[in-house]
Unconditional design. Structure first.
Length: 272
């Protein structure tokens, strides 16, 4: 089961998030038939989206992360909402330069958009740079994905953010504790999210309580929503597409689903 634990530690001056997203990554592997490199890259960003979704406040909250790689590295897009329904797709297999763009919709009048240059193919390093450059928040990120024989055996990690006014002593405590997660996937595989809390943060979370969430790989598309997308094209244009191609087809990249509409379907949409 996927899990996200959130708590305040070190005199409530540091925000802690512990993630276990192994099942989510396996669902993505199954949905997209991913190779090892693609699974690691997409799995890391899905885990990032789960973390960011857990920080949303508005009932309409949503976040998306898009990587446009340099050269032939391709594109990765992931998104999540307030319900921690996470989805994504990848065109390419590695993060090889390029940019990371984050769009957050959290109940404000306009979405927040932040962009940072990629520093390489390490998801943790890229997310830390994003928070530093775009949101000016000191954030330590240790996210990892382990794939063996086409199966994700461990995915998840730890994220710590310093809250305003964090003391020097608590900064040092957080930095020292993060050293235990240099190989994040190995730690997740050994302990799981529950074990990480007990082994590395036992007693610390009691001061502010622990909140648990259950992210899942789930696309929010549906045939009804796709109908809303194609209706504005008008019946004449839709009939023309059917005449030329046999049907109207819409593909959702996130869940790898094809929605097919024939003439009878279009007739019903326009009450003909």
């Amino acid at each position: 089961m996927n899990k996200l634990y959130k708590a305040l530690i070190y005199d409530r001056e540091v925000s802690l998030s512990v993630l276990e997203t192994t099942q989510m990554v396996n669902d993505a592997i199954k949905t997209h038939n991913l190779d090892e490199n693609s699974a690691k890259t997409l799995g890391g960003l899905l885990t990032c989206a789960a973390y960011m979704s857990g920080c949303l406040k508005s009932e309409r909250g949503a976040v998306s992360l898009t990587v446009k790689g340099g050269g032939d590295a391709g594109t990765v897009s992931v998104s999540g909402d307030i319900n921690l329904h996470i989805r994504g797709y990848i065109d390419g297999s590695r993060l090889n330069g390029g940019t990371l763009t984050v769009i957050k919709e959290d109940g404000f009048f306009r979405p927040f958009v932040g962009t940072s240059e990629l520093t390489g193919d390490d998801v943790s390093q890229n997310l830390m740079k994003y928070f530093q450059m775009s949101e000016q928040i000191d954030t330590a990120v240790a996210i990892g994905v382990k794939i063996e024989n086409g199966v994700c055996t461990a995915a998840g990690g730890v994220v710590m953010q310093l809250l305003p006014g964090t003391s020097e002593a608590n900064m040092e405590k957080a930095e020292e504790r993060m050293q235990a997660f240099v190989n994040a996937a190995d730690v997740v595989e050994k302990f799981g999210a529950d074990g990480i809390l007990d082994e590395f943060f036992g007693g610390l979370t009691e001061e502010g309580g622990v909140y648990i969430y259950f992210p899942e790989y789930k696309c929010n598309c549906s045939r009804k929503k796709i109908e809303g997308v194609i209706v504005p094209l008008g019946k004449d244009e839709l009939y023309k597409i059917i005449e030329e191609e046999g049907s109207v087809k819409v593909h959702c990249h996130y869940c790898n689903t094809d929605y097919v509409f024939d003439k009878d379907d279009i007739d019903k949409l326009f009450n003909l």
